[in-house]
Design a binder for this molecule. Structure first.
Ligand SMILES: C[S@@+](CC[C@H](N)C(=O)[O-])C[C@H]1O[C@@H](n2cnc3c(N)ncnc32)[C@H](O)[C@@H]1O
Length: 268
């Protein structure tokens, strides 16, 4: 796989990534023209539209409700998550971006509900890869995934302008437009198909659009191993003046995926 081919991964095989369907791979030139899916070549059948809830994000990123109000927050990639919609209700200016948002909410909603049912069947075979304290059972997980997508699609209906189609490692936002950028289950998770260069470029782009801090969850790959280039990445970003720390959080579903990477910009 060439470097240029490694920029789009099919989803939700994170956290619930037992199923190894083919990656969605398209070249950079076409990705740049992804305003319409006919041009990007991203097929709806190739995506899996499942998301996590606001409450999961709060635990993953060690956030409190009080600190959301008044903040400009980017969730990238946002998938079918309910974080940004709920954060907006608490007074945040929250935007989600993801390659899948080139599709309409109706198409995504239909696909997402099918994906949840398919996923729940698949997970039975690999239950041991997960920690069930939070969800209890597969049915408990199913209910939470249904709640996330229902809230997400409802919010998309009300605030379509807050769901911005993007193809990483590029972001169509202004410098320091957001106070905080959150990124879950993408970088590090898919280290088997997103190379080091892609990680660096994506992080630098996230830092460009962020004023204060970028948080990435988790710090492990799909096998539960700490990202193999983490130390190299930290040295690279620290040399640029950023402040990095790996912080244990109280969220763990994929076994061993309980730590976030905080990247702070030094205050002037
Ligand atoms: C595993 S999901 C994570 C979604 C969400 N953050 C969560 O934790 O549930 C990965 C997401 O990355 C999106 N994605 C994959 N490649 C992308 C790219 N190059 N640019 C933007 N989004 C991408 C997928 O569409 C999918 O929604």
């Amino acid at each position: 796989m060439s470097r240029e081919e490694q920029r789009i991964v099919n989803d939700q095989q994170s956290g619930e990534e037992w199923e190894h369907s083919e990656d969605i791979i398209r070249d950079r030139k076409r990705s740049k023209q992804m305003h319409q899916h006919e041009e990007s070549g991203l097929e709806l059948s190739q995506i899996v539209f499942i998301g996590r809830t606001f409450e999961e994000y709060m635990l993953m990123f060690d956030l409190t409700r009080e600190e959301l109000a008044g903040q400009n927050i980017l969730d990238c990639p946002g998938g079918a998550c309910s974080f940004s919609g709920q954060a907006r209700k608490l007074g945040a200016h929250a935007v989600a971006s993801d390659i899948v948002y080139q599709y309409g909410m109706n198409e995504l909603g239909t696909k997402g509900f099918q994906d949840i049912e398919h996923t729940m069947k698949q997970i039975q075979a690999v239950q041991g890869m997960y920690v069930w304290d939070q969800f209890g059972t597969i049915e408990g997980l199913r209910q939470e995934r249904l709640r996330a997508i229902t809230d997400c699609v409802e919010d998309m209906r009300q605030h379509p302008e807050c769901y911005v189609a993007t193809v990483l490692p590029e972001l169509p936002f202004n410098d320091e437009q957001f106070d905080l950028t959150l990124s879950a289950h993408f970088l590090f998770t898919y280290a088997d198909r997103l190379n080091f260069d892609f990680h660096v470029r994506t992080l630098l782009e996230m830092l460009r659009v962020t004023k204060h801090e970028v948080r990435i969850f988790p710090t492990v790959d799909l096998t539960g191993k700490r990202y193999e280039h983490m130390d190299e990445l930290k040295v690279f970003l620290e040399k640029k003046g950023y402040l990095l720390s790996e912080v244990r959080t109280s969220y763990e579903f994929q076994r061993n995926a309980h730590t976030m990477l905080r990247i702070r910009k030094p205050s002037l």
